[in-house]
Design a protein around this ligand. Sequence first.
Ligand code: NAP
Length: 246
Amino acid sequence: MEAAQCTLVTGTSSGIGRATAVRLSRGRKLILHGRNVGRLNETREMCWRPAEHLLWSCDLKAVDKLADSLTPLLAASELCVEAFVHCAGIVNVLPARSVNYTVAHETMCVNFFAAAEIIQLLLKRKVNGVKQLTDIVFISSIASRFGARGHSAYCASKAAIDGYMRALAVELAPKVKVNSILPGALRTGTCDAEILAKLQPDYPLGLGETGDIADAIEFLLSPKARWLTGQQIVIDGGRTVNISRK
Ligand SMILES: NC(=O)c1ccc[n+]([C@@H]2O[C@H](COP(=O)([O-])OP(=O)(O)OC[C@H]3O[C@@H](n4cnc5c(N)ncnc54)[C@H](OP(=O)(O)O)[C@@H]3O)[C@@H](O)[C@H]2O)c1
């Protein structure tokens, strides 16, 4: 029997990942990744046809354990992943003098190494069947291109995923399209209201919503984006073109 196709989205227990899962569930069978099973179940219940979607709970910091977790899941469910969206991400805001190897490595594991580990698995026929991948989308950040105090490890991890994205776009064409989305600041449940109020004046269109990013992901995975690969797509309400002073 031929494996059914699905879309794997990391970080679906909250924020952008959750909004993306709900949006994509209209037309796709999903593997919903995160750590917190309670919140993953909530996401599944918010999706269209909840019973169709699978949960994958695992800690992306343990990069060396991902193969042992994802490979049996795909085999047992007889699914193959045609699209991969890496939304999971962490940010540890710390001064550069405190960013040692442990801090930097943890950020790199979740924001970059885990994505590379998952993708090399999904490119293997033995793991992901013969149809294999057609689309990859990374949720990067405008911090990939610009600096911010206390964000050295985060900026480095997002620049890493974008460099990786460009290399994959070339190497995996024409079978696989690979792009990054670079959001500016969004209004999410986990954000501090005081910080958001301080950021707001720098955004010509105001702060974003998770749905703004989910819209772009849906577009990138659609046939309308068939000639689009290797791009950093900035969605930031005009923040990075704004040089006016407050
Ligand atoms: N929000 C913004 O303003 C903004 C702006 C630019 C870029 N981004 C990027 O957008 C992505 C999503 O951001 P968000 O605001 O939606 O974040 P969020 O609400 O904090 O969600 C982060 C997701 O990543 C998962 N995650 C974190 N650490 C993990 C780990 N060690 N192992 C497995 N999963 C882990 C979380 O799962 P659990 O909760 O289950 O652990 C959660 O599902 C991130 O890559 C972020 O850098 C966000």
